[in-house]
Design a protein around this ligand. Sequence first.
Ligand SMILES: [Ca+2]
Length: 486
Amino acid sequence: MNFPSPLLAALLLAAPATLQAAATKPPNILFIMADDHAAHAISAYGSRVNSTPNIDRLATEGMRFDRMFAVNSICTPSRASILTGKYSHLNGVPVFNRFDGSQPTVAKYLQAAGYYTGMVGKWHLESDPTGFDKWTILPGQGDYFNPAFLQAGGRRVITGYVTDIITDLSIEFLENRPRDQPFFLMCHHKAPHRNWQPDAKHKAMFADKLIPEPDTLRDDGSSRGDAIHECTQKVLENLSSNDTKGPPPAGLTGDALLKWKYQRYMQDYLACVQSVDDNVGRLLEYLDKSGLAENTIVIYTSDQGFFLGDHGLFDKRFMYEESIRMPFLVRWPGVVKPGSVQPAMGINVDFAPTFMQAAGLPVPADMQGHSLLPLLHGERPADWRTSWYYRYYHDPGDHNTRAHYGLRTETHKLIYFWKIDQWEMYDLAKDPAELHNVYQDPAQADTVAKLKTELFRLKKELKDDDQFANEQPGSKPPAVKPRQAK
Ligand SMILES: [Ca+2]
């Protein structure tokens, strides 16, 4: 793939000095992504439930994004959005669809520009990876213990614990890389995905630990519509004996059962996270020892957030904050100010444009995200987004969660469960925990109307004309015109 030189020249003319330096000596990019690791289980994000000293290093030595979000909060679609810089309806992966590997991806662009590209760990896009010089992936969800891996040469089983092995393979990729090329490595952990199987060392750390409960564990959802009540993501009702690694003690019911299930869930979830944290430490140590740290952008993120008992739930999918919010920490020595915090709203379709621009390449016009580079430089462009569009399709899916789409602004969130024609609206400034759906409040009518106008403007701008509205059997096409505020 060739990039027209006038485009590159124009980009360089407009770019800050550091970008020009990047173009002459492109930075390496190490992208570490966990699966279902909520920001509120990272101490740099103020976790009340655990401590993650190694991941925290990236916040101390780099930038912490406080408002980074997934545009479709579920594993496979988030991965497709990250690779393509596009929303689900344009990259063909709204649910668990097979990723069409013939389409352009950031890996392909970087490879064509001279990067040595690698993909290790959870892929979950069904088709074989394209655009990578080397790839070693878990088949589907993969196993926690003694996992099989797929690579261009075939399949092999590796003895050990998956998080350790993915780190070993990542270090092996770095050790064997050509020294005359920059690298782009996607290191994708399986952990801490359900059903949360920690290794013995980390399991022991949490076995007897009492984990603080979230404030909203007993949220009854009384002001919400039907969706949260119909879903099967509830800690009390839907965590199985498989999840809790055994049945609850006999006779346990009601709140006592809720407490027990929450503890069992979180003990294993956090033990899996602790292994991820140790392994991030191993990778950072490798970068230090090999002299790579200085010219390597290191990112830590997760494919989406997760409910850690918040609103009585586990899993993700819903457009509520704990689900859509991704941790996003970036260390880039000499460019990103250590210990800085970024409040601007980013979304996962921004990642691909960011990697392009960091590598000194023009951002392809069909990518829908915006490069985060100005934000990484500590400059917020005057026209940076103040709202963004979300859409979840997997209905009924594994957790009977209704399809919905919506808008999040700096201060409000509007959600439309279109199959059941129900709206929810939250004032995030007054109600950050989203406990009060004020959609029906007459005092909010003007705000609701404005949010709807913006929602449908964005939907149009992003070319979401409901092409996947009937993705699931039994779906009905959604209303595509703004409804008047009631
Ligand atoms: Ca996930």
